[in-house]
Write a protein that binds this ligand. Structure first.
Ligand SMILES: *Cc1c(COP(=O)(O)O)cnc(C)c1O
Length: 339
């Protein structure tokens, strides 16, 4: 083994997926980006295995990576635009602007479409006040339903119910929801008398975090003395001990943080403090050796990282596999290993 990998206990991971799928009527698995760390193809295979009729991808670029491993419908979450691939009956675009809906209706091809309603997210979608106008175009289209994507916080369920009512009054159709619970989706279905679909990613793929984990192989180990200069930046070793060269760097998304969704002042203060440590070059790395995370000697390289292990800790050996704390949605392992 070499490189950095995501190790997955297949039976455990699939049992977690099945538990969520079993509790989510109308489930539409979402496979986008780096495939939540597992890769788009693996998620497409899982979608086939669980027997879902539809998968959702983020962008048109993600259609090809899932279509080989899954033969149902493919919903694209990013709004339709004119460069959307030409009519493939399996691919359902999401139309999020009145002008686009008018254009597709005028094309006279009865294209299958989902139509997005603007929510308090204010990201994409047709304003609730314009849904009657939108409904006028649906006669010329093969309408697959309304899309309602809610923010993660706040009164999502109440808002979804209100918008679902407005939309289905304008034109009846299935409701494709995101970020409500299965119970809330069921209630919305009962109140509106329409079938509901629930798009899920994080909870479905990452819901059983003890069943997968990132590891990196130790590439080299060198004894260093305090003050000895090491690395690209010729920084001084912080003490006597070992310099450990570990597989995994910026190319794998290691030690790259997405902007913090910190909600409280305490969380923000922690983020600032971490930034200060990073700036002073003594940031804690995500690599665990001897039961603790070890400090970076310098910022991670493209495919490997230099970490410092103090003399009192027994250093790992070349070829050892060590644990890495990663954010699954920004991790690009060299390999995904199913155990
Ligand atoms: C990404 C996405 C989802 C899935 O989000 P998770 O929080 O990962 O479950 C659902 N709906 C839309 C529109 C999305 O873009």
């Amino acid at each position: 083994m070499t490189g950095t990998m995501l190790r997955v206990d297949r039976a455990g991971w699939e049992a977690g997926i099945d538990a969520v799928a079993g509790a989510t009527p109308g489930l539409v698995p979402v496979a986008k980006g780096n495939g939540y760390g597992f890769g788009l193809t693996n998620l497409a295979e899982q979608t086939t295995r669980m027997g879902a009729d539809t998968i959702a991808v983020g962008t048109v670029f993600e259609i090809d990576p899932v279509r080989e491993a899954f033969d149902g419908d493919i919903v694209v979450l990013t709004p339709w635009s004119e460069d959307f691939p030409a009519t493939d009956p399996r691919v359902i675009p999401t139309v999020s602007r009145l002008g686009d809906l008018a254009r597709l209706a005028a094309a006279g091809e009865r294209r299958r479409v989902l139509v997005e309603v603007q929510t308090s997210m204010r990201r994409h979608g047709i304003l609730p006040a314009e849904l009657n106008v939108a409904a006028g175009y649906l006669r010329a289209l093969d309408f697959a339903g309304w899309v309602i994507h809610l923010p993660l916080s706040g009164a999502a369920a109440d808002e979804a119910l209100g918008l679902a009512g407005t939309a289905t009054n304008a034109h009846p159709g299935p409701l494709w929801l995101s970020h409500v619970t299965a119970a809330e989706a069921e209630r919305i279905g009962e109140r509106t008398g329409q079938p509901t679909r629930l798009r899920l990613g994080t909870k479905l793929w990452l819901g059983a975090p003890t069943t997968y984990g990132a590891t990196s192989v130790v590439l080299d180990v060198h004894r260093v003395g305090k003050g000895e200069r090491v690395g690209y930046r010729q920084k001084k070793a912080p003490g006597n001990g070992h310099l450990v060269v570990v597989a995994g760097g910026t190319a794998h998304g290691i030690a790259l943080e997405a902007p913090t969704p910190a909600a409280t002042w305490r969380q923000r203060a922690t983020a600032v403090a971490t930034g200060v440590t990073a700036a002073s070059g003594r940031a804690l790395s995500p690599f665990s050796i001897g039961g603790a995370k070890r400090r970076f000697i310098e910022p991670p390289h493209m495919q490997s990282s230099l970490v410092f292990v103090p003399a009192e800790v027994r250093p790992p050996q070349v070829g050892d596999e060590i644990g890495v704390t990663v954010r699954n949605t920004t991790y690009l392992p060299d390999e995904i290993v199913f155990d």
